[in-house]
Design a protein around this ligand. Sequence first.
Ligand SMILES: [Mg+2]
Length: 243
Amino acid sequence: MPYKHFFFDLDNTLTRSKSPILPEHEQILLDMSRQADVVVVSGSSEKNIWGRLTDLSKGNYYSLTQNGNRAFDKDRSLLWERLLSPSQKEAATKFVALARKHTPTVVPDENDLLEDRGCQMAFSFIGQHADIDLKEKFDPDFSKRRAVLADLHDEVALLESEHGLEITIGGTTNLDIYLKGMNKGHNTGELIALRGWQKEECIYIGDALFPGGNDETVVGVIATRPVKDYHETYAYLTSFLAT
Ligand SMILES: [Mg+2]
């Protein structure tokens, strides 16, 4: 084992976006978890993550949900959570209205766009539960969402200075809004400190480690390994699991 603690993004790193893990991949991840710590770090809610990784995730993987703002031990007991206040949720909702005006999009269900996950407001331009093919085509290179954040720079800055909120690009169609600085990178470091692990013995694997990607904040915290998609992740893991 090259590392003792493996951190993974979920969407497109362990599974296809929003999709369940494939049985053959689940076996590889389980084998991994018997020899090293497995930590899943995702913008998704715990219900979504555990549903996609099946009941076998219980007792075997740490879950840093909502970008790590609600964190669970392997046995699914709560380690910490950072809830948003009602006024922060209101500010996030106002920002979402501006983002929608900036990039008008045809959506299948108007009521499926903004999800209050407690520690994070998750806005999808298309819909949280919209067709995956549709979602994957929306913004594959993140350029649309980067343009929204760049053009609404002043509003993003205000959200940060007045409401203590941070916005990052998440999933295939999302903007994730949560407490300032409490991103994947910070929360990865938080678990390492809590468990007393050595940073040199940790690695984070993700498909969006590039500038502007939703794994970028982990760069500089621990070693990182970019992958093109989840197939590449399992090819990497089996390269040393077999030895
Ligand atoms: Mg991803």
